[in-house]
Design a protein around this ligand. Structure first.
Ligand code: GAF
Length: 386
């Protein structure tokens, strides 16, 4: 995204030249709701980002301007408490990077982005990671990338109130062009894999709905998984998290724990298993089987984990009879946002046209679509001209 309008606004408001930092949103091929269960995820950073213009101001105040909303906000460094609205994200990053050792100073900031909000593409992680990366440079800090990831995640927990896992902030910070990241969310070990889908594209279909349940149900899912682990531990004391449970072990608990808890836990266990297989298929270029894993993920998210919604299910169902689509599923936290679709390249335009029409006719809503481009992770710009 061009920084020009952001720099112009910054210079108009604050009469000085800023530095620029940016961080992207993400897609996730497979491995949903596995991150906070110590499992695996397979995300990639995309070419849609949040961009910040920043400069020190020699005071103890932070002055912020959200260009997309044309709103300003400010707060004192001596009194950083969670409030409402977008300023909360700025506060969160300042407070949580300070806990990691970054000494805060007063600064001025203008930001904007082209990551669609509420679309499951992690606009909030992009915002947090772009700001944390920028502040690390601005305050002359020495936070590592993983410090930036963890501070951004804690900002989401403590200021936005969502007990998210690590996937979004990790992908936004560690993303690399044309690579997907296989991340072990327990050890934080990661490998870059080439996304070898020659002749195919990943296409996001945005439902353009965000159901209000999203953050409360997210936290409930986390608690349900923890409750399941406590029951499993009574039989298998060495198990720390659902990541440690095999598909076979999980089956032993069918009918022996509350059905809802069982469904939530067995989804997570099966999703980790699907991800391992999906990664192997991806590396071998076996896109047909990769697509089957992606469909399996949606089935589990919808039926067992219950984080889908009628709009997302509708969009996935519309692909089932289409030979040009190898796999489709809801992506991200759920309750709205996007589906991710593996589509034959020559059929992408026709696919988007057909889906848009079907969504309008079937759900009486507007769909939007993006062909995914995998871009670079969080960074500071060398020049404000960029
Ligand atoms: C949201 C969260 F922020 C992630 O940590 C992850 O749990 C995801 O939902 C579901 O996989 O994006």
């Amino acid at each position: 995204m061009q920084a020009k309008a952001i720099v112009e606004k910054f210079e108009a408001l604050f009469s000085k030249e800023p530095m620029i930092s940016r961080a992207p949103g993400r897609v996730n091929i497979i491995g949903e709701h596995t991150d906070y269960n110590d499992g695996f995820v397979l995300p990639a950073s995309i070419d849609k980002e949040m961009v910040f213009a920043l400069a020190l101001n020699g005071t103890n105040t932070v002055n912020a301007y959200a260009l997309d909303l044309e709103e300003e906000g400010s707060f004192e460094l001596s009194n950083i408490v969670p409030t409402e609205g977008w300023i909360n994200y700025i506060k969160g990053v300042v407070a949580e990077t300070a806990k990691k050792g970054l000494e805060p100073k007063g600064f001025d900031v203008v930001f904007a982005g082209d990551v669609p909000l509420g679309a499951g593409m992690s606009s909030s992680a992009a915002l947090e990671c772009a700001l944390a990366t920028g502040l690390n440079k601005l305050f002359d800090g020495n936070l590592s990338k993983i410090d930036i990831v963890l501070a951004s995640q804690m900002s989401e927990h403590n200021f936005a109130g969502v007990k998210c896992g690590i996937m979004d902030q990790f992908a936004s910070t560690f993303g690399q062009t044309n690579k997907v990241i296989k991340l072990d969310c327990r050890t934080k070990e990661y490998e870059y894999h080439n996304l070898d889908i020659t002749g195919h594209k990943l296409v996001l279909c945005n439902t353009n709905v965000t159901h209000s349940l999203a953050s409360s149900e997210y936290n409930t899912r986390r608690e349900q998984c923890e409750a399941g682990v406590e029951i499993i531990k009574q039989t298998y004391p060495n198990i720390i998290n659902l990541r440690d449970v095999s598909v076979e072990q999980m089956h032993e608990f069918e009918g022996k724990m509350d059905e809802t808890i069982y469904n939530r836990c067995s989804y997570v266990v099966e999703e980790n298993d699907r991800l391992t297989k999906a990664c192997e298929y991806m590396d071998k270029g076996d896109l047909v089987n990769l697509g089957k894993m992606i469909y399996g993920s949606h089935e589990g998210l919808s039926k067992k984990y219950a984080v889908s919604c009628p709009e997302l299910d509708f969009l996935v169902e519309q692909t089932l009879e289409d030979d040009n689509v190898l796999g489709a599923r809801m992506m991200g936290g759920g309750f709205g946002g996007c589906t991710i679709n593996l589509v034959k390249e020559e059929a992408v335009d026709a696919f988007i046209e057909r889906m848009t029409k079907a969504y309008k006719e079937g759900m009486n809503k507007e769909m939007s679509a993006y062909a995914v481009v995998i871009g670079e992770g969080a960074r500071v710009e060398e020049s404000v001209e960029a």
